[in-house]
Design a protein around this ligand. Sequence first.
Ligand SMILES: CC(C)(COP(=O)(O)OP(=O)(O)OC[C@H]1O[C@@H](n2cnc3c(N)ncnc32)[C@H](O)[C@@H]1OP(=O)(O)O)[C@@H](O)C(=O)NCCC(=O)NCCS
Length: 383
Amino acid sequence: MGLNACGIKSKYERQAFHASYVSLARRKMGLNACGIKSKHDSDAFEGVLVHMSKMLEKIRARARSLQKTIVFPEGEEPRTVQAAAVLRKEELAQPLLLGSPGKIREVAFETGTDLVGIQMVDPRESPKAGEYAAALCEIRKAKGMTEAEAAKLVSDPMYYGIMMVKMDEADGLVSGAVHTTGDMLRPALQIIKTRPGIKVVSSSFLMDCPNRDLGENGLLVYADCVVIPCPTAEELANIAVSAADTARTLCGIEEPRVAFLSFSTKGSAKHELVSKVQQAVAMAHELAPELLLDGEMQFDAALVPEVAAAKAPGSPVAGRANVLIFPDLQTGNIGYKITQRIGGAECFAVLQGLAKPCNDLSRGCSVEDIVNTAVFTAVQAQA
Ligand SMILES: CC(C)(COP(=O)(O)OP(=O)(O)OC[C@H]1O[C@@H](n2cnc3c(N)ncnc32)[C@H](O)[C@@H]1OP(=O)(O)O)[C@@H](O)C(=O)NCCC(=O)NCCS
């Protein structure tokens, strides 16, 4: 998190911001105010902040140079309105709020937010609604969608926003401060669909760990932790290729090293679940022959050089993986939360594999989370 991102200028404001940021980060790391006891702990903690802030600053600088248009279907939602103002003020992106302009102005007034430079579109009044409805009807006609159904759907800001992205009138979409993951994912999957060469949409979590010996100077990419409950071997291979792409394009990791995780390392156990991961590795090799990937392997074999030397000698990835592919959503979702809550990692989530970027927020998100997600979306739009 860069200090400038919130437009905080004075020394007093910077100190106050830092204090609140430290408190937020402590909460995210599961630490209370007394959770950091020794000077060593405290230094390590500050180290996380500095590292994370550097990574985010790099991503923000790229977003700033791109000036992508990001549409927010939840444009009347107070945190979203405030995030749009930060994006505009810091020139990180061109935010576009969907909703009633009257209602958006009311929210801006109540939150003391400046709307200068922020576009607003009311889907119910939009002259584009007819065009979008016709296009939506065409896209979904094989699924039996009628013109009347399409017209009704595009009056919904979520569908209108997805259609804006589909029709190239926005570069990406951010939603989820109010809606559930499924509410946003379903229209994105049905309308935006997957990018060429990729069969499934999935997610990556960027895990910024206090232990700098792990992954890429402490940064690990975890996939999939949000979307596909029980992936097939082919889907796992697709998730891996997408995660490597996220590592490269979003995190700036020049050499993604992808480990397919399991409870077995290199055939140490025999089970159908292990065989599925082994098949996924073979498929991923075919999909992306240039990619450094290996598996199946246990979590410690993926990350710890000594364990890798004993269990997977000669592996190009074991002991130094920076992208971890979990075998299913249960392990992925639990794994990221353990890393966050017990390991003290900061984490950021993005969707991957869509033809154009759409990203989901947690309903408990802060203004800063929305700004960060919009910035990630802008950079993904360029990739
Ligand atoms: C992603 C998800 C919302 C899909 O919802 P769903 O109602 O099951 O969707 P359906 O199976 O009816 O599929 C809808 C469309 O999306 C497509 N689709 C579904 N999952 C997809 C994926 N991962 N990638 C690409 N397309 C996908 C389907 O092929 C279908 O397309 P079509 O209508 O053109 O034929 C569902 O898999 C899900 O709920 N995942 C878990 C999300 C979750 O709870 N995460 C918790 C952690 S926060």
